[in-house]
Write a new protein. Sequence first.
Length: 202
Amino acid sequence: MESVFDFKSIAKAKATIRKSIILKRKALSNLKQNEKSLIVTRRLLDMGEFKTSKAVFCFLSTAHEVKTEEIILKAFRLGKDVLVPLLNPQEGDMQVVRISRDTRFAIGKYGVREPSLETREVVSSACIDFIIAPGLAFDIFGNRIGYGGGHYDKLFKNISNDVTRVAVGYDFQIIESVPHSDFDESVHFIVTETKTLRCQSR
């Protein structure tokens, strides 16, 4: 059991790392971001775990993140179920929504795209067999720093560890060590523009 002091020091360290990585991401030109995103996409699509998956859960990228549109389009072309996150401000949790090529999107409360009310279909997280998660920083053990809401940690806790968890990012987002607590959940793979890293905890 961690002390309050440890928890606070971890939170403070994470906040410092978040600030640093956000600045580095913002410094990328649109051209560089597009180039790196395309390479990350190709690497992820080459993964055997992706090819054999049937239901892919993928975040809807925002500015400065690795772009996920091509991943989603490829999943549709391969006949996979495509699932995306929906943040629920009232409950403070993240729901799983199945989308189609015809799904319309709106900008949600947190500035993140989400399926519009009339086209959303909320489903159980139990149907997921491959997850593509965002993040700000990662290490070789699969520890990740998200945006502070804990939504993906909760999702990971609610699904089988056999479900493949992949984080995507840029090379500079992999750091030597990510401060983490017992509440944090790790990923199995990290995909960047130069590597597909199988994390050492896998």
